[in-house]
Design a protein around this ligand. Structure first.
Ligand code: PLP
Ligand code: TYF
Length: 393
């Protein structure tokens, strides 16, 4: 049966990790996959997570199934984290999913059931898995103008002009903060303008919030989403605990549905549970149990918030340090790195220049020119600055 299969291309980001591991050079730098690393190059288990894990080991008495929706305490905590203080809080429901990836797929499946001929509009460019996930769910995909390769920022005017053409058969996918891959985020005014367009023309916003707290902190990073949720009748959110709780491999996330009433939100939740049943059935428990404990214990919440703040501050410092080191070498070409938010920046380097970085300097970056600033160690900054200036000369 499988003889008929043609070979597939590996995911460009994950295959880069494999190539990096196989590189024997000592001074190699991995700026590929989106994982946070500390000054020692490690991705440690967060303190709050370790404390919650110790408690879980002591108190957990069974590994029996939880439920199709996972932990309802976790689900409530995710809605509190993203929607507290908004009118959407009382007309939302949530389902625990295997990462934001699971949430993206479940929500896409839900949209396909509700309105099979929907087109999902993605930022140009967008997260590598957005298009495959949406298409696998049977939805059509198109791109709207987003990143301006000249300014390395969002071209708001072009974006809003195009989004003004989206209607009731369309879903507009937005990155909640810390845009992947570009690092260029929309402004609060853009969030307001897109909300107004959604209300006027009837498209549904779909927010992917994978990096809450990694840009400017929890409050600021969530402000656009909160405004939109407060001011639209219907929207959906895929959210992740991979980065901000460092739970990557535990596959912890949630799908949130905001509707015009709690009853409607529950109906959509019920439909997602049916969809989950015909797929993975139930999400893995461990990560969600930890997050639920952390967010319902003031002491652990404080520890987690401090750690998250330390991570986002360090990313800002790395951005400043790298920009400065490049300027010291006489180039202002990469000043935008300081303005970008979150883990990533698209550098504007061509695929040939990215290949030179890899072959000559042992620096691994994604072929589209994306570098993972959060994967950088302070000791790498000069080497990276040197390489960036040299390959772009
Ligand atoms: N959405 C975006 C924009 C991402 O960058 C990622 C990457 O990790 C995901 C979703 C998937 O996250 P998770 O690990 O929670 O499945
Ligand atoms: O963009 C990234 O690097 C992260 C991790 O297929 C990732 O979002 C990368 C590739 C992939 C899934 C996750």
């Amino acid at each position: 049966m499988f003889k008929s299969l043609s070979p597939v291309q590996l995911d460009p980001i994950l295959s880069l990790s494999i190539a990096y591991r196989e590189d024997p050079r000592d001074n190699k730098i991995d700026l590929g996959v989106g994982v946070y690393r500390n000054s020692l190059g490690e991705t440690p288990i967060m303190q709050a997570v370790q404390l919650a894990e110790k408690r879980l080991i002591k108190t957990q008495t069974t590994k029996s199934y939880v439920a199709l929706a996972g932990s309802e305490v976790f689900n409530q905590s995710m809605m509190d984290l993203l929607l507290s203080g908004t009118s959407a809080h009382s007309r939302a429901s949530a389902v625990q999913t295997p990462g934001a990836s699971g949430a993206l797929r479940m929500l896409a499946d839900l949209i396909n059931v509700a309105q099979p001929d929907t087109t999902v509009w993605l930022t140009n460019p967008s997260y590598v898995n957005h298009k495959p996930v949406m298409e696998a769910a049977g939805l059509k995909v198109k791109y709207y103008p987003y990143f301006d390769p000249e300014t390395k920022q969002v071209n708001s005017e072009a974006m809003l002009n195009e989004l003004a053409k989206a209607g009731p058969k369309d879903v507009v996918l937005l990155h909640g903060c810390c845009h992947n891959p570009t690092g260029a985020d929309i402004t609060f005014a853009d969030w307001q303008a897109i909300t107004a367009l959604a209300n006027k023309n009837g498209f549904m916003p779909f927010v992917d919030m994978a990096y809450l707290g990694f840009g400017d902190g929890l409050e600021q990073d969530g402000a656009g989403l909160k405004y939109m949720a407060d001011n639209t009748e219907e929207m959906v959110v895929a959210t992740s605990c991979s980065k901000n709780f460092g739970l990557y491999r535990e596959r912890t996330g949630a799908a949130i549905i905001i509707s015009n009433s709690q009853q409607e939100a529950q109906k959509a939740k019920g439909r997602i549970l049916t969809l989950a049943r015909s797929s993975y059935t139930m999400p893995p428990d461990h990560g969600a149990a930890l997050v639920a404990d952390i967010l319902n214990d003031q002491k652990l919440t404080n520890i987690w918030k401090d750690e998250l703040d330390a991570m986002h501050s360090r990313i800002l410092t790395l951005r400043q340090g790298l920009t400065q080191a490049i300027r010291q070498r006489g180039s202002e070409q990469f000043d935008f790195i300081e303005q970008h938010k979150g883990m990533f920046s698209v550098t504007g380097l061509t695929s040939e220049q990215i290949l030179t970085l890899r072959e000559q300097y042992g620096i691994y970056a994604v072929g589209d020119g994306r570098i993972n600033i959060a994967g950088l160690q302070e000791k790498h900054i000069d080497h990276l600055a040197e390489a960036l200036v040299s390959v772009s000369r």
